[in-house]
Design a protein around this ligand. Structure first.
Ligand SMILES: [Zn+2]
Length: 102
């Protein structure tokens, strides 16, 4: 049940695979997204109202989700970059080896 992860998401406690799964589900499931919006509004909105600030929570929630998603992409790029580096290193070693034999 994805909806029970919402409080953890809002506390920024979801990581890695769980966070990715959560965001992917939110992309496709209107019901859960609505629940997320409601919980976000009620947790953020109340404290904002107490501070007497104006806000656009709908947009902020969107930005929050985008930030979470970008965090995942950055980590994935790091892993891909490391993999590319390894492949290059292996190729160089192979080439040097072949030349050494010739
Ligand atoms: Zn759902």
């Amino acid at each position: 049940m994805i909806q029970r992860l919402i409080p953890a998401f809002l506390r920024d406690e979801l990581k890695g695979r769980e966070l990715m799964h959560f965001l992917r589900h939110m992309d496709t499931c209107e019901e859960c997204k609505e629940e997320l919006t409601i919980q976000y509004l009620s947790s953020e909105g109340i404290s904002r109202l107490e501070e007497g600030k104006t806000f656009d929570l709908d947009r902020e929630l969107m930005e929050y989700m985008v930030r979470a998603e970008n965090g995942i992409k950055r980590r994935r790029n790091l892993i891909l970059g490391f993999f590319a580096f390894e492949v290059t290193a292996i190729l160089i070693i192979l080439i040097v080896y072949i030349y050494a034999l010739a």
